[in-house]
Write a new protein. Sequence first.
Length: 163
Amino acid sequence: MKFTTPLLLSGAILTLGLGGAAIAQPAPAAMQEAGPHHQRGDRPHRDPAEMAALRAQHLRAALQLTANQEPALNAFVQSMAPPADWRDKMREHRAERATLTTPQRLDRMKARMADRQVQFTRRADATMQFYAQLSPSQKKAFDALRPMGGRGKGGGHRGGGHG
């Protein structure tokens, strides 16, 4: 028991010392070249229509979709698109946040969570409808896909519920 406090204290000092050294290290060159968006952990926003086209092309190639499956693909990709005004809403939320009291912020958070639940349900239903249109081999390929923009291995997407 007598060794516990000095040992813990030594461990804490060592951890703080190493943590300070890590903080003092310069940012990797790739991060410095990437610009301020990457330094904050954000990525520049892409056009939602461009992202939908990329997603559709990716699925067409990966699943080897037939012409008969094209309407199902289009409905699926369209259902994944964010609301047209999502960027405006995000700006409004950021600007409004500074003026709200804690209970008001919590109420807004609850409302956004409920909205995200509705969006998730809509997207899950669309995914299941698209999946039902696939052949067994396409289903297997779809199951193996890493979601574009998702938080799978190596993913880093953070967005407004669109992905």
